[in-house]
Design a protein around this ligand. Structure first.
Ligand SMILES: *Cc1c(COP(=O)(O)O)cnc(C)c1O
Length: 366
């Protein structure tokens, strides 16, 4: 049996006609930049995120970069974040001109260990950027307590966690801003790149809105240096078709996770830990296994898709050597990088497929 890590064709087959109609509407209108589809998606994403405002972005990466720039974070500023994340989180901090400052992760959730944040706050700290990894939110109460105490902003990298909750509050709605990605492998994925920023701060919303269009307001008059951070209307059209299915798709991922959890209970495979305060959307189902690299090779040999998120923590990346971090600085992040692997969790998986994935891993580990 062949089980890919993600099967986007299976999802597309269920919505193909509507997607083609929606794209065709954009083409017929020839509103090729901005327009009603982008505005409608912004309104709907704000609503499902319990936020007042949303601004489309050209990608999740640009959502983060626009947020940093609109909050005037740059040279001389420090941003506290996690070393166990996708590169974009930290790449944006550096591209904005600021300095990333890491603390280790919580071994249970893979998210930033919020209890360590206060120890690295300095006069230069301008922001905390938690990442809600694999679909589960970070410990936002602790993070907001530190942020409020030192009067620093919080940028939620919610790229993997749209509609996920922490104490019944939506991902992206607790910090100063929340950033989503519509990369095709995210729970709400476009047919190309896209992203969105949500906030409850009207003044910040206005700035984000202007910044996405080169800081232009009115047209051809520039008070700020922004960039082209715009969401493509064809992406918005496809995402509007997918949005009504998002809750069912995430629920199906949770059912798949529960199935695996049961299969792996009491075995050498460690299923993901979900904080009782959180509802995860399981963008990834990430297990820890002994002899990880051998397990990965064995699955690939058996036509089962899997991936290591992430094999090298950010503080050990070559491009960030100048920051002066070294191996051993963040032992939990480094340990996770050596032990984790993601297995197929997408909504369209059948029971046979899940069984095959779990049994192949368990048989290999004896
Ligand atoms: C996907 C992702 C991003 C970037 O999103 P893009 O849309 O690919 O630019 C940022 N942070 C995290 C944690 C992500 O998973």
């Amino acid at each position: 049996m062949k089980v890919p890590l993600l099967d986007l064709k299976a999802q597309y087959a269920t919505i193909k006609e509507q997607v083609l109609v929606a794209i065709s509407e954009v083409l017929e209108s020839q509103r090729c930049i901005g327009g009603p589809k982008v505005a409608e998606l912004e309104e709907k994403i704000a609503a499902i995120s319990d936020c007042k405002f949303a601004v489309g972005a050209s990608s999740g990466t640009d959502a983060i970069l626009n947020s940093l720039m609109s909050l005037d974070i740059g040279a001389g500023d420090e941003v506290i974040t996690t070393p166990f994340t996708f590169f974009a989180t930290v790449g944006c901090i550096v591209r904005a001109g600021a300095k990333p400052v890491f603390v280790d992760i919580d071994a249970r959730t893979f998210n930033i260990n919020a209890a360590l944040i206060e120890s690295v706050v300095t006069e230069k700290t301008k922001a905390i950027m938690p990442v809600h990894l694999f679909g589960q939110m970070a410990d936002m109460n602790l993070i907001m307590a530190v942020a409020d105490k030192y009067n620093i902003v919080v940028i939620e990298d919610a790229a993997q966690s749209i509609t996920s909750t922490y104490k019944d509050r939506k991902s992206g709605s607790i910090g100063t801003v929340g950033c989503f990605s519509f990369f095709p492998s995210k729970n709400l994925g476009g047919i190309g790149d896209g992203g969105m920023i949500v906030t409850n701060d009207e003044q910040l919303y206005n700035r984000l809105f202007i910044m996405r269009n080169h800081g232009s307001e009115p047209k051809y008059y520039h008070k700020y240096v922004g960039a082209n951070f715009r969401l493509d209307p064809i992406q918005a059209a496809a995402l509007l078709v997918k949005l009504p299915h998002l809750e069912d798709w995430s629920e199906a991922r949770r059912r798949n996770a529960a199935y695996y959890n049961e299969k792996f209970a009491g075995t050498a495979v460690k299923p993901p830990d979900i904080n009782p305060d959180c509802v995860s959307i399981y963008n990834q189902y990430v297990i820890r296994v002994p002899r990880r690299d051998e397990v990965v090779a064995h699955l690939k040999k058996n036509d089962i898709g899997c991936e290591i998120y992430y094999p090298l923590p950010i503080h050990l990346q070559e491009c960030f050597r100048y920051l002066g971090y070294k191996e051993g600085d963040f032992p939990e992040a480094e340990k996770a990088a050596k032990e984790v692997m993601a297995i197929p969790i997408y909504p369209e998986l059948t029971d046979e497929m899940k069984n095959y994935v779990a049994d192949t891993i368990l048989a290999f580990l004896g």
